[in-house]
Write a protein that binds this ligand. Structure first.
Ligand SMILES: O=C(O)CCC(=O)C(=O)O
Length: 277
């Protein structure tokens, strides 16, 4: 067992009971600054990419309103140190176990004043929408706040498992025209609003229902999230789903940038061995 410095016994108990836990102010200032700088780079690149396509919408990304920018960490020298850093190792080994793979990572940015909401869903619902009957084990999302998160700027709300019976159930999701969101809950329960300072991490399991509100403030609302599995997630036909980059194996740190290549795009990780975070 490794030493868990960030996830207390109480936090683990809350996570087991509710399917989520909030770890307040656990990202240090220099790392937070780095993440904000990188975020600006990736949003600018996405705008340029949308310009080249002559589009304002791509999937669930809507220019100026809401950005989902996934699987780009290999394009940045500085992101590897966070995605595979000590903080993520602490959190994932405490809540997933002693063997961990990176599955996905993404920026989620809501534009000022016009930042769109994101509908109630389970992350596993996105998997099962495209691959009905996929029986993956729940995976873990570390939703990192790059700004103070409030109701006004469109923070997330998370539904405790017991209120809706989500612990071991992936609900059917429907496609919402216009936003392209998948919707997995349309009941009256508004869940638990997660208001927390920048540098906090809301950690939830992939069967936890969550949503986020509109950003009505005059500033961006920026989040960066990493997702980790216990084993490679495979689609029903056996193909790899997302990524499966070895991070921790039986408690040992095994991430190796020299073998970290995106199977789909061939992108290689940029080596920087600073494991800040
Ligand atoms: O950052 C947000 O607004 C929500 C993101 C989210 O729910 C997700 O990516 O699954």
């Amino acid at each position: 067992m490794s030493e868990h410095t960030v996830v207390s016994e109480n936090a683990r108990r809350d996570f087991r009971r509710n399917g989520f836990v909030v770890l307040r102010s656990v990202i240090e200032k220099a790392t937070l600054d780095m993440l904000r700088e990188e975020c600006a780079v990736f949003v600018a690149r996405t705008d340029a990419w949308l310009d080249r396509r002559g589009a304002d919408v791509f999937g669930i990304t809507h220019r100026g309103k809401r950005y989902f920018i996934a699987n780009r960490y290999r394009d940045s020298e500085r992101m590897v140190g966070f995605v595979y850093g000590d903080l993520m190792r602490d959190i994932t080994t405490a809540l997933l176990g002693e063997t961990v793979f990176l599955f996905n990572e993404q920026w989620v940015v809501k534009g000022a004043e016009q930042g769109m909401k994101f509908a109630w869903h389970q992350d596993s619902g996105y998997v099962n929408f495209r691959d009905p009957g996929n029986t993956h084990r729940p995976y873990l999302t570390c939703w990192c706040a790059l700004d103070d998160m409030t109701q006004e700027n469109g923070t997330i709300s998370v539904m405790p498992h017991d209120r809706v019976g989500s612990r071991a159930t992936v609900f059917p999701h429907r496609h919402e025209p216009g936003s392209n969101d998948l919707v997995g809950y349309e009941g009256d329960d508004s869940g638990v609003l997660v208001e927390m300072p920048a540098g906090s991490v809301a950690v939830f399991t992939s069967t936890s229902l969550h949503r986020s509100g509109a950003n009505t403030t005059s500033r961006l609302r920026r989040a960066y999230l990493t997702q980790y599995t216990r084993e490679p997630l495979r689609s029903s036909n056996g193909e790899l789903w997302g990524q499966a980059v070895p991070f921790v194996s039986e408690g040992q740190y095994v991430y190796d940038p020299s073998t970290d290549v995106d199977a789909r795009t061939g992108r290689r990780a940029t080596v920087n061995t600073d494991r800040s975070g």
